[in-house]
Design a protein around this ligand. Structure first.
Ligand code: G1P
Length: 293
């Protein structure tokens, strides 16, 4: 049988973005810029670097700007052409070969609920899920490494990271045994447990390589934590049928769904941007000096 490659990615983007109100009252949090790109574009570029060219974005109310962002912009292109701004023109067209499908989630009933909308588009293929408010350092190879592991073990792979126990209740948490460097065979998964009952300090972060059998489970799943249909609960159900792996990420991740994580991502990614890095560095040094006094 021909091996099935990971060609598709689901980008859930239906959430309300309450942590960024009032900025997200009428605009999607996924469109908040980090330096000069919206958050969701970092996730798209990360997947594209792994050969993924089909994107299924689960949207909701006030999310139309995402569709416009990945669409052609004829008037803007014309005006950039006329004024000879070739580099900018290239930049806005760089992702134009990718295919996007948009599905509207009628109500924000949780991550598992959002994913279940993508079932008809995924059919019988493995797929990636990227939560765009978890920004992975663009120089890192997390998703590539996860796809590599999926091909090796033919089982779903979740990205995990060790987090301080004081933060554990913000995440889905796994327990597992280490099989080899960075690879854990999962024994248990719990969504957002209190620290005293968390099975470990290994949190699920927003990157998954999944197989279509998760949809059968999602379809019959009762609401879990917060009254929402939780992907973590569906994965716990899947674990009864097959092996799941955790891939331990040790690189740099920013929780850009949170104000402080968003600011850290902005500073670090701006420091990697040749247009602004040297000025920003000077400014940060001056700020650090000022804060000493
Ligand atoms: C979601 C998942 C959670 C996971 C987290 C990673 O939670 O439900 O299991 O650990 O993403 O960012 P959310 O951040 O949407 O509340």
């Amino acid at each position: 049988m021909k091996e099935k490659v990971v060609r598709k990615a689901i980008l859930p983007a239906g959430g309300l973005g309450t942590r960024f109100l009032p900025a997200t009252k009428a605009s999607p949090k996924e469109m908040l810029p980090i330096v000069d790109k919206p958050m969701i574009q970092y996730a798209v570029e990360e997947a594209q670097a792994c050969g993924i060219e089909e994107f299924i974005v689960i949207t909701g109310k006030h999310k139309r700007a995402i569709e416009d962002h990945f669409d052609a912009a004829f008037k803007l292109e014309e005006s950039l052409k006329k004024s000879g701004k070739k580099k900018l023109l290239e930049e806005i067209n760089r992702l134009s070969h990718l295919n996007f499908a948009y599905i509207r989630q009628r109500e924000a009933l949780g991550l598992g609920h959002a994913l279940s909308y993508a079932r008809p588009f995924i059919r019988d293929e493995p797929f990636a899920v990227l939560l765009s408010d978890d920004i992975i350092d663009p120089d890192d190879t997390l998703l590539k490494d996860m796809i590599h592991l999926y091909r090796e073990c033919k089982a779903p792979v979740l990205a995990i990271e060790k987090v301080p126990m004081s933060d554990i209740s913000r995440y889905g948490v796994i327990s597992g045994t280490r099989e080899k460097e960075n690879v854990y065979r999962i024994h248990d998964l719990v969504e957002k447990p209190p620290p005293e009952s968390a099975p470990s300090d290994m949190a699920i972060i927003g990157r998954y390589i999944l197989t279509p059998d998760i949809f059968e489970i999602l379809e019959n799943l009762a609401p879990g934590k917060g009254g929402e249909i939780q992907l973590t609960d569906a994965l716990a159900g899947l674990l009864k049928r097959r092996t799941l792996y955790g891939y331990l990420f040790t690189g740099k991740r920013y929780d850009a769904g949170d104000k402080i994580g968003y600011l850290k991502a902005t500073v670090d990614l701006a420091l990697k941007n040749s247009e602004v890095s040297s000025h920003l560095k000077e400014y940060l040094i001056a700020v650090a000096e000022r804060l000493k006094h």
